[in-house]
Design a protein around this ligand. Structure first.
Ligand code: ATP
Ligand code: MG
Length: 253
């Protein structure tokens, strides 16, 4: 269980650096992610989903508020200690490591270099160990391949809380369904509290709870049916005041 209590994340405002003004990205947000549930975190671009995920992992230092994992205060824990406590995070833009193979990363994540154990984990993810195990995790990997590799390294750790930031980015259409099933299975069999940031309906339909993040706040939490009208509303053009909907205005949206 992750309990966020009045968490705020502010950064120096780039538009007026001399003034010392701050820009609030996550704004006094309180929310409880219950143990063993599957959350679909969604909302408009720039709403704060990645910032929030990184706060939970400890990548973004919070400006104020507290974060609890299973009742224990982890607010002051560094990333590594949060990882040891059972939180895992998959980046929206997955990291690549020159000179490192998938086998190296997976061995670190799983805590073993026993090939049979590594192959069993790869099989759980549904990718081919012959094809992937000795692939270098470098810039040559395709966008979808790096996402699958990152997913495997998270699953290998059997985390208490798994956060996936847009795991479907670059993933082919045929893989999205099995990926959702895999995360659901991990959640059901291991009780993993699963937070998936996504704009993809397949992921959102699989979620127990939809959390809609807008302007650094939870704009809605509940089932998908309740979220859809709000999501539809958010997709309405917000630049109408500027172009005033003139017939000859060039619309890029
Ligand atoms: N370290 C930072 N410094 C300055 N601004 C930041 C920082 N991190 C995030 N932001 C800004 O905060 C806002 C929220 O960004 P965030 O990446 O959390 O959005 P998001 O909801 O994940 O969007 P998307 O759906 O596009 O991935 C954006 O306007 C972004 O530019
Ligand atoms: Mg994001």
């Amino acid at each position: 269980m992750i309990d966020l209590r009045h968490v705020t994340f502010s950064v120096p405002d780039e538009n007026s650096p001399e003034s010392g003004a701050m820009k609030t990205i996550i704004d006094d947000l309180s929310f409880t992610f219950e143990k063993g549930k599957f959350y679909g975190i969604t909302g408009p671009n720039g709403g704060g989903k990645t910032s929030l995920s990184k706060m939970i992992m400890g990548i973004n230092p919070i400006t104020s508020g507290s974060i609890f994992l299973d009742g224990g205060d982890i607010t002051d824990l560094e990333i590594t200690d949060r990882a040891r406590a059972g939180i895992a995070y998959g980046f929206q833009n997955s990291a690549r490591f020159k000179g490192t193979t998938f086998r190296d990363l997976l061995s670190i994540a799983a805590g073993t270099d026993d090939e049979k154990a590594l192959i069993r984990i790869i099989a759980r993810v549904g990718i081919c160990s012959l094809d992937f195990l000795d692939k270098p995790v470098n810039a040559k990997l395709s966008g979808g391949e790096i996402k699958k590799i990152e997913l495997a390294t998270i699953i290998a750790r059997n985390p208490k809380v798994a956060i996936y930031d847009e795991p479907d980015t670059g993933i082919d259409l045929w893989t999205i369904g099995p990926m959702v099933e895999l995360l659901r299975k991990e959640q059901a069999e291991r009780g993993t509290t699963t937070l998936v940031v996504s704009h993809n309906r397949t992921f959102l339909e699989a979620a127990d709870v939809i959390v809609l993040i807008k302007e650094g706040k939870v704009a809605y939490s509940g089932d998908l049916d309740g979220a859809l009208p709000i999501l539809t509303d958010l997709s309405v053009c917000t630049f109408g005041d500027i172009c005033e909907g003139e017939n000859d205005a060039e619309c890029y949206r």
